[in-house]
Design a protein around this ligand. Structure first.
Ligand SMILES: [Cu+2]
Length: 279
């Protein structure tokens, strides 16, 4: 199996609790910490962001200047490995390294649109990759859409964010702590499974089904039968991302496209696709 074709089959060892920190750590006089902000601009086929980014809880704002679809897949390069080794591994055939950990990022907005997700950036080498394929089947990473950067310094106090709704990703399901509702809400997505998972939320057009959307992802013929409504890219076991959703009533579908560690099929083929009515 070539990593460039099925790049998200990243084997991950261990688990790291993210920023689900105790609220007891902040005294009443402590100023409320805010997430740091990082803008990532995507175009065909490059990412633009600083070479060096401060550590801490950070809201990643993806601006897609298209015209193709792009996402931000953040990975942390661990265990003393280097960005050069990471880039070599991306080019090489064979299993992906165990020292690369997926830490999420904003999932796919419409071309010309924006998406956001809040992640914890720890010091060390990182990369942003786009694994979405063009209509020729070639993933954007193979067209140059990978950018490495260094996270530096020491993180300040983490913001005390209480999510409105929590979602746990497992093999192969999305479990919500309570129903999503119309309006703005903060969703915390956590992966409890050994495999990495993502969530991509699509609001279906009137009369369209999840099957219509899947058919469209295979041939991209004409306009999509729905529109992206938020999501996060793959996160390894133990990682969480927060995102703000702004929903209206309607039919939605939740999808994970991450290839399975066992058979290489996207997780949606293992049942990791779910329809929701938001009312
Ligand atoms: Cu999955």
């Amino acid at each position: 199996m070539r990593w460039l074709i099925l790049p998200l089959v990243l084997v991950v060892a261990g688990a790291g609790a993210m920023y689900l920190r105790s609220s007891a750590s902040a005294g009443p006089e402590a100023a409320a910490a805010e997430p740091l902000q990082l803008t990532v601009t995507a175009r065909d086929f490059v990412f633009e962001l600083p070479d060096s980014v401060p550590a801490g809880v950070t809201t990643i704002n993806l601006v897609n200047q298209g015209p193709e679809f792009h996402h931000v897949q953040l990975v942390r390069i661990e265990d003393g490995h280097t960005v050069a080794e990471f880039l070599d591994a991306l080019r090489a055939e064979g299993p992906p390294p165990t020292w690369v950990r997926e830490i999420g990022g904003p999932n796919t907005p419409l071309p010309g649109g924006t998406a956001q997700a809040t992640v914890e950036l720890e010091p060390g080498p990182h990369a942003i990759v786009c694994f979405i394929p063009s209509s020729d089947g070639v993933p954007h990473v193979a067209k140059g859409m990978v950018q490495t950067f260094e996270v530096t310094g020491v993180a300040g106090p983490a913001p005390e964010v209480t999510p409105d709704v929590e979602m746990v990703l497992s093999d192969y399901d999305f479990t919500l702590s309570k129903p999503l509702t119309p309006g703005r809400q903060v969703l915390r997505v956590h992966n409890s499974a050994d495999q990495p998972h993502e969530v991509f939320l699509v609001q279906l057009d009137n009369g369209k089904t999840a099957a219509d959307f899947l058919a469209w992802t295979e041939n991209s013929d004409g306009p999509p039968p729905g529109r992206p409504a938020g999501g996060i890219t793959a996160i390894a076991k133990g990682i969480s991302n927060d995102l703000t959703l702004d929903l209206t009533q309607g039919e939605y579908v939740l999808i994970c496209f991450v290839p399975d560690a066992g058979d290489g099929k996207p997780h949606l083929a293992h049942g990791m696709i779910k329809t929701l009515t938001i009312q």
